[in-house]
Design a binder for this molecule. Structure first.
Ligand code: UDP
Length: 323
């Protein structure tokens, strides 16, 4: 079976591609390399079952070519990461909405099952935590560019569920702060990737705000497992799944943990949000998933503890980004 992974050269995408190849599938990657990098596929680049297509998911000819011989799709291609979204909200909306619309239509035409990557960002500032999939959402005003990402992903989810009602076999995964090797500290701005980079260079860890804001982090290998289950299990179709880990940690504590695990005695520097992201930025003070649906329907539970995941991530950082 050949499987298309859009965004397959990205952080999560490349891990998913490796896993699918390990499981014996043939894989086509479609990626425009705007966020992804070919080096992310370095270990499998010459794999005989891997086909890599560089191109834009919103280009109909490219998409048609990418779907040749494909029996299942994981749609991960998107503009992601707070810095990227702030830099170009228009492109964020265009790629995330038009890209998904086109992928879903193409899958419907060909009767292909598809799993769509969404984000816990759709919960916005949140109403109650842990948040469950059917909870109400609380996004900020459209005058705050950050919410363009959440709005685009939310529309993607609506599209997916509308197509599911038409009989399309589609599932949605909402990722909660995925981290691990290959996370891009620059483009996406992922906090753990940034802390690892900073520790490696002996620079202060930049904690935004007072660092009391909290997140729950899931190691990429776990996120891939959850994605696979949501993409393959027939009972997943028509559902949205939180893919995350319930354990919560403040960013301030995270910085301490990174210092301890990396053994680099770098200081912590507190940076006001306005300095990090510009004036008028709105932060999400907490974000924790309710994970019972993924457990009940997918039999999925994140296994890698934060300590273990950080150790593995640091190991990769030291070796591959040279410490
Ligand atoms: N953050 C931080 N320092 C950084 C980058 C991020 O303190 O150098 C904080 C950010 O304000 C947020 C958390 O870390 O509270 C997670 O940020 P990230 O961009 O990884 O993901 P988000 O959850 O905001 O989408």
């Amino acid at each position: 079976m050949r499987i298309l992974v859009t965004g397959g050269a990205g952080f999560i995408g490349s891990h998913l591609v490796e896993r699918l190849l390990q499981e014996g599938y043939a894989v086509t990657v479609l990626d425009d390399l705007s966020g992804g990098r070919l080096e992310n596929l370095g270990a499998v680049r010459d794999h005989p079952r891997l086909r890599i297509l560089i191109g834009d998911v919103t280009d109909p000819v490219t998409l048609r070519r990418a779907l040749e011989g494909v029996e299942r799709v994981f749609h991960l291609a998107a503009v992601v990461g707070v810095p990227r979204v702030l830099a170009d909200p228009l492109r964020t909306i265009r790629v995330n909405v038009r890209g998904t619309e086109m992928v879903l239509e193409a899958c419907a035409e060909r009767d292909l099952p598809v799993c769509l990557a969404s984000s816990s960002e759709v919960y916005g500032k949140g109403i109650r935590w842990p948040a469950a999939e059917e909870d109400d959402l609380r996004l900020g005003s459209p005058t705050v560019a950050r919410w363009a990402y959440a709005a685009s992903k939310l529309l993607d989810e609506h599209l997916a569920l509308a197509w599911a009602r038409q009989g399309l076999r589609v599932s949605v995964v909402r990722y909660f702060n995925v981290y691990g090797p290959r996370a891009d500290p620059d483009g996406y701005g992922y906090v753990i990737a940034r802390f690892m980079d900073q520790a490696l260079r002996g620079e202060p860890l930049t904690v935004y705000g007072d660092g009391r804001q909290a997140r729950s982090f899931i190691y990429v290998e776990d996120a891939v497992e959850g994605t696979l289950r949501a993409g393959f299990l027939p009972k997943a179709f028509g559902w949205i799944f939180n893919i995350g880990r319930a354990e919560e940690i403040s960013i301030r504590e995270l910085a301490e943990k990174v210092r301890a695990i990396t053994g680099r005695s770098v200081p912590v520097r507190f940076v006001p949000f306005s300095e990090a992201y510009g004036p008028g930025f709105e932060e999400t003070p907490r974000r924790v998933p309710e994970v019972s649906r993924a457990r009940a329907l997918l039999g999925f539970e994140a296994r890698v503890t934060l300590d273990e995941g950080l150790r593995r991530t640091w190991e990769w950082w030291r070796v591959c980004r040279r410490g």
